[in-house]
Design a protein around this ligand. Structure first.
Ligand code: FEO
Length: 176
């Protein structure tokens, strides 16, 4: 059984993961209508992953005698300057998510909830990957700069990266 304090904190994380899913969906839609099909594919996939992060929290809260709630999600930004802005936002957003996960871990220690602490370790590991992936993409963009041909290849590259993400990260679809 989880305490109401932990239940509330995990429900706030549901809000953040669900919002992340909508956010990346909005970015994907912008990329798609602006001719970046590969970037769109990458962001749609990322959006699906965030929904999976949210769902994992739903199941955990309910399994542990709490109740997962669907929050009223804030509307995400829908217009972006360029691809660079999108990935800068992805990176800073993931840093924010990592900070929230760390705060949750800290709360579990304070509350002596070692079961939830254990459950959250998956998210701690996941955040290392998420931040490093966003940084890798920004590194690529830095190399390309304003080069149009480079952007064309970058878009194709991201479509490839999407294919590798599913298997390589070991949580491609279900079971979480
Ligand atoms: Fe679910 Fe990108 O953090």
């Amino acid at each position: 059984m989880i305490s109401s304090k932990i239940e509330e904190a995990l429900n706030r994380q549901i809000d953040l993961e669900g919002f992340s899913s909508m956010y990346y969906l909005a970015m994907g839609s912008w990329a798609e209508v602006n001719g970046y099909k590969g970037v769109a594919q990458f962001l749609y996939h990322h959006s699906d992953e965030e929904r999976m992060h949210m769902l994992k929290l739903f199941r955990y809260i309910n399994d542990r005698g709490g109740r997962a709630i669907v929050p009223p999600f804030a509307a995400p930004q829908k217009d972006f300057k360029n691809i660079r802005e999108i990935f800068d936002i992805v990176h800073s957003h993931e840093v924010k998510v990592s900070n929230e996960i760390n705060a949750l871990v800290e709360l579990c220690i304070q509350e002596k909830d070692y079961t939830t602490h254990n459950f959250l370790q998956w998210y701690v590991t996941e955040q290392i990957e998420e931040e490093s992936l966003a940084r890798d993409v920004i590194d690529k963009l830095n190399l390309i700069g304003e080069d149009k041909g480079g952007m064309y290849l970058f878009d194709r590259d991201l479509a490839t990266l999407t294919g590798q993400q599913g298997g390589g990260k070991g949580h491609g679809g279900h079971g979480h």
